[in-house]
Design a protein around this ligand. Sequence first.
Ligand SMILES: Nc1ncnc2c1ncn2[C@@H]1O[C@H](COP(=O)(O)OP(=O)(O)OP(=O)(O)O)[C@@H](O)[C@H]1O
Ligand SMILES: [Mg+2]
Length: 270
Amino acid sequence: MIEFKGVSYTYPGADAPALVDVSLTLARDEIVALVGANGSGKSTLARLCNGLLLPCDGEVIVAGISTGDPERVVDVRSSVGLVSQNPDNQIVGTVVEEDVAFGPENLGIAPDELRVRVDAALVAVGLSGMERREPHLLSEGQKQRLAVAGALAMGSEHLILDEPTSMLDPQGRADVLAVMRQLRAEGHGILHITHHLDDVAHADRVIALDAGVLAFEGSPEQLFADEDLLARLGLELPPLAAVAAYLRGAGFSLPVAISDARELVESLWP
Ligand SMILES: Nc1ncnc2c1ncn2[C@@H]1O[C@H](COP(=O)(O)OP(=O)(O)OP(=O)(O)O)[C@@H](O)[C@H]1O
Ligand SMILES: [Mg+2]
Protein backbone atom coordinates (compact mmCIF):
# COMPACT_ATOMS: atom_id res chain seq x y z
CA MET A 1 0.00 0.00 0.00
CA ILE A 2 1.11 3.57 -0.72
CA GLU A 3 -0.15 6.26 1.62
CA PHE A 4 0.14 10.02 1.19
CA LYS A 5 -0.41 11.89 4.45
CA GLY A 6 -0.82 15.64 3.99
CA VAL A 7 1.89 15.78 1.32
CA SER A 8 3.04 19.10 -0.11
CA TYR A 9 5.89 19.64 -2.52
CA THR A 10 7.50 22.77 -3.97
CA TYR A 11 10.35 22.50 -6.49
CA PRO A 12 13.50 24.34 -5.39
CA GLY A 13 13.24 27.94 -6.54
CA ALA A 14 9.59 27.63 -7.71
CA ASP A 15 7.09 30.34 -6.73
CA ALA A 16 4.11 28.04 -6.27
CA PRO A 17 3.86 24.55 -4.80
CA ALA A 18 3.40 21.68 -7.28
CA LEU A 19 1.42 19.63 -4.76
CA VAL A 20 -0.62 20.90 -1.81
CA ASP A 21 -1.69 18.85 1.22
CA VAL A 22 -2.48 15.64 -0.68
CA SER A 23 -3.75 12.67 1.29
CA LEU A 24 -4.64 9.42 -0.46
CA THR A 25 -4.18 5.68 -0.38
CA LEU A 26 -3.26 3.37 -3.25
CA ALA A 27 -3.97 -0.29 -2.61
CA ARG A 28 -2.73 -3.37 -4.41
CA ASP A 29 -5.25 -5.16 -6.64
CA GLU A 30 -6.56 -1.90 -8.08
CA ILE A 31 -6.03 0.33 -11.07
CA VAL A 32 -6.31 3.97 -10.09
CA ALA A 33 -6.38 6.56 -12.84
CA LEU A 34 -4.82 9.96 -12.12
CA VAL A 35 -6.03 12.82 -14.29
CA GLY A 36 -5.58 16.59 -14.39
CA ALA A 37 -4.58 19.40 -16.72
CA ASN A 38 -0.99 20.04 -17.84
CA GLY A 39 1.09 21.16 -14.89
CA SER A 40 -1.47 20.05 -12.28
CA GLY A 41 1.14 17.95 -10.45
CA LYS A 42 0.57 14.42 -11.80
CA SER A 43 4.23 13.61 -12.54
CA THR A 44 5.27 15.22 -9.27
CA LEU A 45 2.89 12.91 -7.40
CA ALA A 46 4.35 9.96 -9.34
CA ARG A 47 7.91 10.90 -8.32
CA LEU A 48 6.86 11.17 -4.68
CA CYS A 49 5.49 7.60 -4.74
CA ASN A 50 8.93 5.96 -4.93
CA GLY A 51 11.01 8.52 -3.10
CA LEU A 52 12.50 10.08 -6.22
CA LEU A 53 11.19 13.30 -4.65
CA LEU A 54 10.66 13.67 -0.89
CA PRO A 55 7.76 15.69 0.56
CA CYS A 56 8.45 19.21 1.83
CA ASP A 57 5.57 18.62 4.22
CA GLY A 58 3.73 15.47 5.22
CA GLU A 59 4.80 11.90 4.57
CA VAL A 60 4.65 9.18 1.92
CA ILE A 61 4.56 5.64 3.32
CA VAL A 62 5.20 2.60 1.13
CA ALA A 63 4.45 -0.81 2.64
CA GLY A 64 4.87 0.72 6.10
CA ILE A 65 8.18 2.45 5.26
CA SER A 66 8.53 6.23 5.04
CA THR A 67 10.10 7.25 1.71
CA GLY A 68 12.17 9.73 3.73
CA ASP A 69 13.93 6.92 5.65
CA PRO A 70 17.48 7.04 4.24
CA GLU A 71 18.17 3.43 5.26
CA ARG A 72 15.23 2.00 3.34
CA VAL A 73 15.65 3.71 -0.04
CA VAL A 74 16.29 0.41 -1.85
CA ASP A 75 13.20 -1.22 -0.29
CA VAL A 76 11.00 1.69 -1.37
CA ARG A 77 12.44 1.84 -4.89
CA SER A 78 11.98 -1.89 -5.39
CA SER A 79 8.36 -1.88 -4.12
CA VAL A 80 7.30 0.96 -6.38
CA GLY A 81 8.26 0.85 -10.04
CA LEU A 82 7.99 4.19 -11.80
CA VAL A 83 7.67 4.20 -15.56
CA SER A 84 8.25 7.79 -16.59
CA GLN A 85 6.57 9.87 -19.26
CA ASN A 86 9.16 9.29 -22.00
CA PRO A 87 10.21 5.65 -22.38
CA ASP A 88 13.27 6.60 -24.48
CA ASN A 89 14.73 8.27 -21.39
CA GLN A 90 14.81 5.06 -19.45
CA ILE A 91 16.23 2.61 -21.97
CA VAL A 92 19.57 1.51 -20.58
CA GLY A 93 20.33 -1.85 -22.24
CA THR A 94 21.65 -2.46 -25.74
CA VAL A 95 19.24 -5.37 -26.16
CA VAL A 96 15.77 -5.95 -24.68
CA GLU A 97 16.73 -8.60 -22.11
CA GLU A 98 19.66 -6.54 -20.82
CA ASP A 99 17.39 -3.57 -20.42
CA VAL A 100 14.91 -5.56 -18.33
CA ALA A 101 17.72 -7.14 -16.28
CA PHE A 102 19.35 -3.81 -15.42
CA GLY A 103 17.21 -2.92 -12.39
CA PRO A 104 17.14 -6.33 -10.66
CA GLU A 105 20.83 -6.86 -11.40
CA ASN A 106 21.54 -3.68 -9.46
CA LEU A 107 19.49 -5.05 -6.57
CA GLY A 108 22.02 -7.90 -6.46
CA ILE A 109 19.69 -10.64 -7.75
CA ALA A 110 21.59 -13.89 -8.55
CA PRO A 111 21.93 -14.85 -12.27
CA ASP A 112 19.53 -17.86 -12.12
CA GLU A 113 16.80 -15.85 -10.44
CA LEU A 114 17.52 -12.94 -12.78
CA ARG A 115 16.88 -15.14 -15.85
CA VAL A 116 13.55 -16.28 -14.38
CA ARG A 117 12.45 -12.74 -13.57
CA VAL A 118 13.42 -11.32 -16.96
CA ASP A 119 11.64 -14.11 -18.84
CA ALA A 120 8.50 -13.77 -16.72
CA ALA A 121 8.43 -9.99 -17.13
CA LEU A 122 8.76 -10.26 -20.91
CA VAL A 123 5.95 -12.83 -21.05
CA ALA A 124 3.75 -10.56 -18.88
CA VAL A 125 4.07 -7.63 -21.28
CA GLY A 126 3.91 -9.72 -24.45
CA LEU A 127 7.52 -9.19 -25.53
CA SER A 128 8.90 -12.71 -25.25
CA GLY A 129 10.76 -13.71 -28.38
CA MET A 130 12.24 -10.20 -28.61
CA GLU A 131 15.04 -10.73 -26.06
CA ARG A 132 17.84 -9.89 -28.48
CA ARG A 133 16.17 -6.95 -30.23
CA GLU A 134 17.64 -3.49 -29.93
CA PRO A 135 15.27 -1.41 -27.78
CA HIS A 136 15.58 1.62 -30.05
CA LEU A 137 14.15 -0.39 -32.93
CA LEU A 138 10.96 -1.24 -31.04
CA SER A 139 7.69 0.54 -31.74
CA GLU A 140 6.57 3.18 -29.22
CA GLY A 141 4.06 0.75 -27.72
CA GLN A 142 6.70 -1.94 -27.38
CA LYS A 143 9.05 0.56 -25.70
CA GLN A 144 6.32 1.42 -23.19
CA ARG A 145 5.78 -2.26 -22.49
CA LEU A 146 9.56 -2.76 -22.19
CA ALA A 147 9.64 -0.07 -19.50
CA VAL A 148 6.80 -1.87 -17.68
CA ALA A 149 8.76 -5.16 -17.92
CA GLY A 150 11.75 -3.46 -16.28
CA ALA A 151 9.59 -2.43 -13.32
CA LEU A 152 8.06 -5.92 -13.10
CA ALA A 153 11.45 -7.63 -13.07
CA MET A 154 12.29 -5.51 -10.03
CA GLY A 155 9.44 -7.37 -8.30
CA SER A 156 7.57 -4.10 -7.70
CA GLU A 157 4.21 -4.47 -5.97
CA HIS A 158 3.15 -1.08 -7.24
CA LEU A 159 3.58 0.32 -10.71
CA ILE A 160 3.24 4.01 -11.43
CA LEU A 161 2.75 4.52 -15.16
CA ASP A 162 3.09 8.14 -16.24
CA GLU A 163 1.10 8.59 -19.46
CA PRO A 164 2.06 5.15 -20.83
CA THR A 165 -0.41 5.43 -23.69
CA SER A 166 0.19 9.03 -24.74
CA MET A 167 2.22 8.21 -27.84
CA LEU A 168 0.39 5.06 -28.86
CA ASP A 169 -2.03 4.19 -31.61
CA PRO A 170 -5.35 2.55 -30.57
CA GLN A 171 -3.89 -0.96 -30.80
CA GLY A 172 -0.84 0.00 -28.72
CA ARG A 173 -3.13 1.59 -26.11
CA ALA A 174 -5.33 -1.47 -25.97
CA ASP A 175 -2.22 -3.64 -25.46
CA VAL A 176 -0.93 -1.54 -22.58
CA LEU A 177 -4.38 -1.45 -20.93
CA ALA A 178 -4.57 -5.24 -21.25
CA VAL A 179 -1.18 -5.57 -19.54
CA MET A 180 -2.46 -3.38 -16.69
CA ARG A 181 -5.53 -5.56 -16.17
CA GLN A 182 -3.36 -8.67 -16.21
CA LEU A 183 -1.03 -7.16 -13.60
CA ARG A 184 -3.94 -6.18 -11.39
CA ALA A 185 -5.19 -9.78 -11.57
CA GLU A 186 -1.75 -10.86 -10.35
CA GLY A 187 -2.01 -8.56 -7.33
CA HIS A 188 -0.13 -5.47 -8.43
CA GLY A 189 -1.42 -2.00 -7.63
CA ILE A 190 -1.37 0.37 -10.57
CA LEU A 191 -1.48 4.14 -10.75
CA HIS A 192 -2.21 5.12 -14.32
CA ILE A 193 -1.58 8.77 -15.17
CA THR A 194 -3.44 9.73 -18.30
CA HIS A 195 -4.93 12.54 -20.34
CA HIS A 196 -7.32 10.18 -22.12
CA LEU A 197 -10.69 9.93 -20.44
CA ASP A 198 -11.17 6.78 -22.54
CA ASP A 199 -8.44 5.17 -20.44
CA VAL A 200 -10.10 6.32 -17.23
CA ALA A 201 -13.14 4.17 -17.94
CA HIS A 202 -10.96 1.09 -17.40
CA ALA A 203 -9.87 2.12 -13.90
CA ASP A 204 -11.40 0.98 -10.61
CA ARG A 205 -11.07 4.45 -9.12
CA VAL A 206 -10.10 7.92 -10.33
CA ILE A 207 -8.29 10.74 -8.62
CA ALA A 208 -7.92 14.19 -10.13
CA LEU A 209 -5.51 17.02 -9.41
CA ASP A 210 -6.31 20.68 -9.94
CA ALA A 211 -3.31 23.01 -9.53
CA GLY A 212 -1.66 20.58 -7.11
CA VAL A 213 -4.79 20.03 -5.02
CA LEU A 214 -6.68 16.74 -4.88
CA ALA A 215 -9.96 17.83 -6.50
CA PHE A 216 -11.79 14.53 -6.98
CA GLU A 217 -11.74 10.94 -5.78
CA GLY A 218 -14.41 8.54 -6.99
CA SER A 219 -15.55 6.17 -9.70
CA PRO A 220 -15.14 6.81 -13.45
CA GLU A 221 -18.95 7.02 -13.68
CA GLN A 222 -19.04 9.81 -11.08
CA LEU A 223 -16.35 11.77 -12.89
CA PHE A 224 -17.97 11.37 -16.31
CA ALA A 225 -21.32 12.49 -14.97
CA ASP A 226 -19.95 15.76 -13.54
CA GLU A 227 -19.62 18.14 -16.49
CA ASP A 228 -18.71 21.14 -14.33
CA LEU A 229 -15.90 19.25 -12.68
CA LEU A 230 -14.57 18.00 -16.03
CA ALA A 231 -14.55 21.56 -17.35
CA ARG A 232 -12.81 22.82 -14.21
CA LEU A 233 -10.17 20.11 -14.59
CA GLY A 234 -9.66 20.98 -18.24
CA LEU A 235 -10.78 17.52 -19.31
CA GLU A 236 -12.93 16.81 -22.29
CA LEU A 237 -15.07 13.75 -22.81
CA PRO A 238 -14.07 11.95 -26.00
CA PRO A 239 -16.89 12.17 -28.60
CA LEU A 240 -18.16 8.64 -28.04
CA ALA A 241 -18.17 9.06 -24.24
CA ALA A 242 -20.00 12.38 -24.66
CA VAL A 243 -22.73 10.65 -26.68
CA ALA A 244 -22.91 7.85 -24.10
CA ALA A 245 -23.11 10.39 -21.24
CA TYR A 246 -25.93 12.20 -23.03
CA LEU A 247 -27.82 8.95 -23.54
CA ARG A 248 -27.25 7.94 -19.92
CA GLY A 249 -28.67 11.31 -18.86
CA ALA A 250 -31.70 10.57 -21.02
CA GLY A 251 -32.30 7.36 -19.09
CA PHE A 252 -30.44 4.71 -21.09
CA SER A 253 -28.42 2.27 -19.05
CA LEU A 254 -24.94 2.00 -20.61
CA PRO A 255 -21.64 0.56 -19.34
CA VAL A 256 -19.01 3.18 -18.54
CA ALA A 257 -16.25 1.54 -20.59
CA ILE A 258 -17.40 1.84 -24.18
CA SER A 259 -14.49 1.59 -26.56
CA ASP A 260 -16.09 1.91 -29.97
CA ALA A 261 -19.28 2.82 -31.79
CA ARG A 262 -20.20 -0.83 -32.32
CA GLU A 263 -20.13 -1.47 -28.57
CA LEU A 264 -22.35 1.57 -28.01
CA VAL A 265 -24.90 0.37 -30.53
CA GLU A 266 -24.83 -3.17 -29.14
CA SER A 267 -25.38 -1.82 -25.60
CA LEU A 268 -28.43 0.11 -26.82
CA TRP A 269 -29.86 -2.80 -28.84
CA PRO A 270 -28.47 -6.00 -27.34
N1 LIG B 1 11.87 19.94 -12.29
C1 LIG B 1 11.03 20.95 -12.04
N2 LIG B 1 11.46 22.13 -11.54
C2 LIG B 1 10.62 23.15 -11.27
N3 LIG B 1 9.29 23.09 -11.48
C3 LIG B 1 8.80 21.95 -11.97
C4 LIG B 1 9.63 20.83 -12.29
N4 LIG B 1 8.84 19.83 -12.78
C5 LIG B 1 7.59 20.31 -12.76
N5 LIG B 1 7.55 21.57 -12.29
C6 LIG B 1 6.35 22.41 -12.09
O1 LIG B 1 5.52 21.76 -11.15
C7 LIG B 1 4.15 21.82 -11.54
C8 LIG B 1 3.58 20.43 -11.70
O2 LIG B 1 4.28 19.78 -12.78
P1 LIG B 1 4.04 18.27 -13.16
O3 LIG B 1 5.09 17.90 -14.16
O4 LIG B 1 3.98 17.45 -11.92
O5 LIG B 1 2.61 18.34 -13.86
P2 LIG B 1 1.86 17.26 -14.76
O6 LIG B 1 0.46 17.22 -14.27
O7 LIG B 1 2.63 15.99 -14.79
O8 LIG B 1 1.87 17.95 -16.20
P3 LIG B 1 1.83 17.25 -17.67
O9 LIG B 1 0.42 16.90 -17.92
O10 LIG B 1 2.31 18.35 -18.56
O11 LIG B 1 2.76 16.07 -17.65
C9 LIG B 1 4.13 22.65 -12.83
O12 LIG B 1 3.86 23.98 -12.48
C10 LIG B 1 5.53 22.52 -13.36
O13 LIG B 1 5.90 23.64 -14.11
MG1 LIG C 1 3.47 14.86 -16.29
